[in-house]
Ligand binder design. Structure first.
Ligand code: LLP
Length: 429
């Protein structure tokens, strides 16, 4: 994994910082993010649009992967947009000084209050997901004297090979209008009939943690053919195509991600070819990568506590975090690489089960993990936890959420403070 090294003390070094020092200074569990890597990834996507698609596009970082003020500041500095999916994400972005014009806003069930907030804030693109949302948004926009830019979320009917919980492009989905059922065309007609909406294009997102670029190319083809149909049926050529996110990262050696600019290269070629066939101007393209920008740029540090050996069965190594800071093993059966961060010179000794500290037997971060001899007070690092970890953390068992630290060239600074016990009881009456 990039950004990882070992120093003369046999300590893990991440983003240029000795992680044992970070644990001492900021406590554990701790999320550590490599800012340089995040910036590189954002640049890679931005430049790939410039290089392969003449700059006619916008990368919108899918902030559900990791949302806090600092990441929106970084995205702004790197000249990319953001994808938001809740008033909370939008509010955080605005508080960080992010321009809402560069936000693409999603959601399959937006409330009237939420829609009013989007209109008030001047969000650049609202991705409409249901007929009644178009009705409500048009009415509200009329009352508020606004004319928001709209994309329609479509189901292209592509089944990507990934976990069923994060697969979203097929017909049987709570999201969007299916092309093959005729819903998508109906939604286009409805949106075009609305005086207070400016229909700019279509959106899709076929799933997440996908390695193969074929489904993305295939999806682009389906979406372009749909734009052509719209042009033929309504006389309107919609100028924008949002292809979503979903590019896979490496959690363990089983995962084989490809360079992310290669994706844009292939999709650009496909778009060019299909548009030439259809004699259609190439659309403005939006991409929404989340995991691939922050995922491998983050690790989590835990302190090892109790060790329980059950002879002939297994050894449990318990850490001071667990499902509250990483729900993914429980939710998706996700697998990770683990490192004994303060004793990187020790050889692997035995297979253990890394357990969390929650009152729940299923609270396990990894089964049959090969670790060196270890004991209370040792530091365990879990790799590739930058996406969908902090953002999916909970207060189950009234456990405070960990702090997040950004490290740049070895210098660490707090991005999110650790929650205190007072924070936990703050809203209790
Ligand atoms: N755009 C839309 C509309 C999305 O729904 C998503 C992810 C993305 C972009 C970003 O996808 P990415 O590039 O991060 O794969 N909690 C799950 C992932 C759920 C993703 C939901 N939508 C996990 O921990 O794996």
């Amino acid at each position: 994994m990039n950004g990882i090294a070992v120093n003369e003390k046999n300590h893990l070094v991440f983003a240029g910082a000795d992680v044992t020092e970070l644990a001492k200074e900021f406590g554990t569990p701790l999320y550590v993010m490599d800012e340089g890597r995040i910036r590189e990834n954002m640049r890679l996507y931005r430049r790939s649009i410039e290089k392969f698609y003449g700059g006619k596009g916008l990368v919108c970082y899918a902030s559900k992967a990791f949302s806090c003020k600092e990441i929106y500041r970084i995205a702004k500095e790197e000249g990319i947009g953001a994808d938001a999916v809740s008033a909370g994400e939008l509010y955080t972005a605005i508080q960080a000084g992010f321009d809402p014009v560069n936000i693409c806003y999603h959601g399959n069930n937006k409330t009237d209050r939420e829609l009013a907030y989007l209109l008030e804030s001047g969000v650049g693109r609202i991705v409409a997901d249901a007929y009644d949302e178009l009705d409500r948004l048009d009415e509200l926009a009329g009352k508020m004297g606004k004319k928001p830019g709209i994309l329609l979320r479509l189901c292209p009917g592509v089944e990507a090979h990934t976990h069923e919980f994060i697969r979203t492009g097929g017909i049987d989905s709570k999201f969007g209008f299916a092309i093959e059922l005729g819903d998508a065309m109906k939604a286009v007609r409805l949106a075009l009939s609305k005086p207070n909406l400016q229909l700019r294009g279509i959106h899709c997102h076929i799933g997440s943690q996908i390695f193969d670029s074929d489904p993305f190319e295939h999806t682009a083809e389906i979406m372009l053919h749909f734009l052509d149909e719209v042009r033929k049926e309504t006389g309107v050529l919609l100028p924008e195509l949002n292809l979503g996110g979903g590019f896979g990262i490496r959690y363990t050696e089983e995962d084989t991600p490809k360079p992310y600019d290669g994706y844009m290269e292939q999709v650009s070629r496909k778009v060019g070819q299909v548009c030439a066939e259809l004699e259609m101007e190439q659309p403005f393209i939006l991409l929404e990568p989340g995991r691939s920008i922050v995922g491998e740029a983050g690790i989590t540090l835990y302190e090892i506590g109790s060790i329980k050996e059950i002879p002939g069965i297994r050894t449990y190594v318990a850490v001071d975090g667990g499902m509250t800071d990483n729900i993914r093993p429980v939710l998706y059966g996700a697998k990770y690489d683990f490192l004994l961060a303060n004793k990187m010179n020790l050889p692997p000794a035995r297979k253990v089960t890394v357990a969390g500290r929650c009152c729940e037997s299923g609270d396990v971060l990894g089964k049959d993990i090969l670790l060196p001899e270890c004991g209370r007070g040792d530091l365990l690092a879990v790799l590739s936890t930058g996406a969908y970890h902090y953002s999916m953390a909970s207060n189950y068992n009234r456990v405070p959420r960990p702090a997040v630290v950004m490290v740049r060239d070895g210098q660490a600074r707090l991005a999110v403070r650790r929650e205190s016990l007072e924070d936990l009881a703050r809203n209790d009456i």
